[in-house]
Design a protein around this ligand. Structure first.
Ligand code: KMT
Ligand code: NI
Length: 176
C-alpha cells in the first residue's frame, strides 16, 4: 500500500524523502481523518478497468486527462514544478491516479505539520477541497498520472494564505 510520514523541517532538495530520524509514519487512518482517500488499482489495465469505471461512476468523476511530468514532455516544466510545490488549496477535490513513475503529495495535518504521501503506479489518491497541500517529483523525476474531476475541471491553485475562502472554512468545519 501507500507509505506516508511526517516530514523533517530541512529545506534541502524537495525531491528527497525528508523522513524524520527515526521515521514517524502516518497511517491511512490519520490520512482518512484529514479527508484524504486512497485506493490501489491495477494501472496496467487503466484503459479498460471495471474497478476504475465503477469509482468514476460512483464519485461522478466525469472528466479525465493524463499528465506526464518529465522535463522532455511537460511544457514549462521548471515553472510548473514550482507551482505544484507552492503550498496551496483548491475549491474542489484533487484526484490523481498514478499510471507510472512516482511522486510525493504533501498535506498539512491539524497541527500544521506536513505529512508526505509517497505515491507510485496504481495509487489513486483524493485530496479534499480546502486542504493545504503541494506536490513534488521524487529523485526519479518522472510521473504519469490521470487527473480526475467532477464536471468541468478547475485547476486554479489558491496559494496560502487562503483562509477566508469558502472551500477552506468548509474544510475546517468538516474537520470538527
Ligand atoms: C497538481 O495539481 O499538483 C498536479 O497536477 C501535479 C500532480 S499530478 C501527479
Ligand atoms: Ni493542488
Amino acid at each position: 500500500g501507500l507509505e506516508a510520514w511526517f516530514m523533517d523541517t530541512s529545506d534541502e532538495d524537495q525531491r528527497k524523502d525528508h523522513k524524520m530520524e527515526p521515521n514517524q509514519p502516518a497511517s491511512l487512518e490519520d490520512l482518512g481523518k484529514l479527508g484524504v482517500f486512497y485506493r490501489k488499482l491495477n494501472a496496467d489495465i487503466y484503459e479498460s478497468d471495471p474497478k476504475l469505471e465503477e469509482i468514476r461512476k460512483d464519485q461522478g468523476y466525469s472528466y479525465m486527462d493524463i499528465i506526464t511530468i518529465h522535463k522532455d514532455t511537460l511544457p514549462n516544466y521548471e515553472e510548473k514544478l514550482k507551482t505544484f510545490f507552492t503550498e496551496h488549496l483548491h475549491t474542489d477535490d484533487e484526484i490523481r491516479y498514478v499510471l507510472d513513475g512516482r511522486g510525493y503529495f504533501d498535506v498539512r495535518d491539524h497541527e500544521d505539520r506536513w505529512i508526505r504521501i509517497a505515491t507510485c503506479k496504481g495509487d489513486l489518491i483524493s485530496l479534499p477541497a480546502g486542504i493545504y497541500h503541494r506536490f513534488t517529483l521524487d529523485e526519479t523525476n518522472y510521473i504519469k498520472a490521470m487527473r480526475l474531476f467532477v464536471g468541468e475541471p478547475v485547476w486554479k491553485a489558491h496559494n496560502r494564505p487562503a483562509d477566508d475562502m469558502d472551500a477552506r472554512t468548509k474544510y475546517i468545519a468538516s474537520q470538527h
